[in-house]
Write a protein that binds this ligand. Structure first.
Ligand code: ADP
Ligand code: F6P
Length: 320
């Protein structure tokens, strides 16, 4: 392959810039031309494509967001959209693409690969909800951001003897909520993967722990569970402990990537280019059992991700 391109798609995630940098520089080191596609598949369809060199990605390794911008592009889910994208690749001489994004973006990469443009997916999402990999770029930073916020909420909850009910992002998944909840010492963590009984698992628990002398509480609720305002109202009504709800929202998507996200992004980006350089596409980069690898996109998309029930159990047992 002589010319490859890189794009970011779906929700942005801290560390995407470090991945773009790795792709661009790996491509150049391997003797290829590298182009940047702006605004994901929307930019590809519209031909919003720029030439990249080693200096185009200077000074971005530590920055959140994505210098190539990102977008959600409904048109790309149609055959016409994919055909336009393939025509755009041909017009710009693009022979392979590194797609940085989540499962949705990988479905797009699969369609492009089927259409004759080999793609390699690099997992990038704060939700860590991609089945084929145990780690996604942005997850570590988002955990730390949510944790920082939860710690601040704990301070004020402590001063007022209150209960703070915090909603953490994650779309339909509870991975980010679980890690944040464990790290901030939440009294209860509600995630979509595990059934819960608000009365028994939260309200009765708070009442019991209150009797042992603890006066302030943090409850972490995954976005996929939702209803933090109602949960806070119910806790206040049933326990008599003043409660406040906070939705952390998009703050979790921004900020400087942690060292872990920068390192993972650099390694994954490089590996994706290595595959394209060998003419291999239709793969996604994975991180399983502490090892980087890659997998067929079809197989990857068909996998189901396990939720760490033991970790959840431990968190419940020690929050007493
Ligand atoms: P993520 O990649 O983070 O999961 P989305 O689900 O929003 O984010 O997907 C990002 C983009 O990927 C979509 O806007 C669309 O252009 C493309 N995409 C999503 N799902 C599909 C699909 N089933 N087939 C083809 N392209 C898709
Ligand atoms: O996938 C990342 C994510 O931040 C999810 O946690 C959240 O559900 C969604 O994106 C929010 O999307 P938007 O940026 O379109 O509001």
């Amino acid at each position: 392959m002589k010319t490859i391109a890189v794009l970011t798609s779906g929700g942005d995630a801290p560390g995407m810039n470090a991945a773009i940098r790795a792709v661009v520089r790996a491509g150049i080191s391997m003797g290829m031309n590298v182009k940047g596609i702006r605004r994901g598949y929307a930019g590809l369809i519209e031909g919003d494509i720029i030439d990249m060199d080693a200096r185009s990605v200077s000074d971005i390794i530590h920055r959140g967001g994505t210098m190539l911008y990102t977008a959600r592009c409904p048109e790309f889910k149609t055959k016409e959209g994919v055909d336009k994208a393939i025509a755009s690749c041909k017009a710009h001489g693009i022979e392979g693409i590194v797609v940085i994004g989540g499962d949705g973006s990988f479905r797009g990469a699969r369609d492009l690969s089927l259409g004759g443009i080999p793609c390699v997916g690099v997992p990038g999402t704060i939700d860590n909800d991609i089945s084929s990999t145990e780690y996604t770029i942005g997850y570590d930073t988002a955990i730390n951001t949510a944790l920082e916020m939860a710690d601040k909420l704990r301070d004020t909850a402590q001063s007022h003897d209150r209960c703070s009910v915090v909603e953490v992002m994650g779309r339909r998944a509870g991975y980010l909520a679980l890690q944040t909840g464990i790290a901030c010492g939440a009294i209860a963590i509600l995630v979509p993967e595990i059934e819960y009984d608000l009365q028994k698992d939260v309200i009765e628990k708070i009442k019991a722990v209150h009797k042992t002398g603890k006066k302030h509480f943090v409850v972490v609720v995954a976005e996929g569970v939702g209803g933090v305002v109602q949960i806070a109202e119910k806790i206040e009504e049933e326990t008599g402990i003043e409660s406040r709800a906070t939705i952390l929202g998009h703050v979790q998507r921004g900020g400087e990537p942690t060292a872990r996200d920068r390192v993972m992004a650099s390694q994954m980006g490089y590996r994706a280019v290595e595959l394209l350089n060998k003419g291999i596409g239709n793969r996604v980069i994975t991180f399983v059992d502490n090892k980087l690898g890659d997998k067929d996109i079809y197989e990857a998309l068909a996998m189901k991700k396990k939720f760490n029930v033991e970790e959840y159990h431990v968190a419940t047992e020690i929050s007493i």
